[in-house]
Write a protein that binds this ligand. Structure first.
Ligand SMILES: [Cu+2]
Length: 167
């Protein structure tokens, strides 16, 4: 009786271990930052012809109990893609490159005009409303998420004047 119980318990333990091993062996199936964080309502600022730079905005929503961070981004639309924030300096809003953009556990981070944004530097083409831009964001654990952001006309925002190459 006791032996039977023990055998069953050992079998259950082995089954549990086998499950753990299977999960470890399939890292792509595990939740990673890219799976935890949803990119909502992405869009790219339309710019006049000849304007070299633009910016992408979005809401990063973290559905996990662990904080995540975007540590990089890339796009074929521009030569360089950087993560930026706006900071006030001597009464002027200026842009600063940031190493990462945190997304709190079960929270969201808004990238919006006048605040955090994905900076597109050295555009390879004009960005006309209605067109699409392919973007990829890279997370702290190396996972990535690619998405399509429509180009939109964005009204000027107080405090952002001069931030994006003087317009
Ligand atoms: Cu910027």
């Amino acid at each position: 009786m006791l032996n039977g119980f023990t055998t069953a318990a050992v079998s259950a333990a082995f089954a549990a271990m086998a499950t753990v091993v299977a999960l470890i062996a399939a890292p792509q199936a595990m939740a990673d930052a890219a799976a935890d964080v949803a990119v909502e309502d992405p869009y790219v600022r339309a710019v006049p012809p000849g304007q070299p730079n633009s910016a992408a905005f979005m809401v990063l929503r973290n559905n996990a109990g662990d904080a995540h961070a975007v540590v990089g981004a890339r796009s074929a639309a521009s030569k360089v893609v950087e993560l930026h924030s706006h900071v006030e300096e001597r009464g002027m809003m200026t842009m600063r490159r940031v190493e990462s953009i945190e997304v709190p556990a079960l929270g969201e981070t808004k990238l919006e005009p006048g605040g955090l944004h994905v900076m597109l530097i050295g555009l390879g083409r004009d960005l006309v409303p209605g067109e699409d831009v392919e973007l990829t964001v890279e997370f702290e654990d190396g996972s990535e998420q690619s998405f399509t952001a429509p180009v939109r006309a964005v009204e000027g925002v107080p405090g952002q004047g001069g931030g994006h190459s003087g317009h």
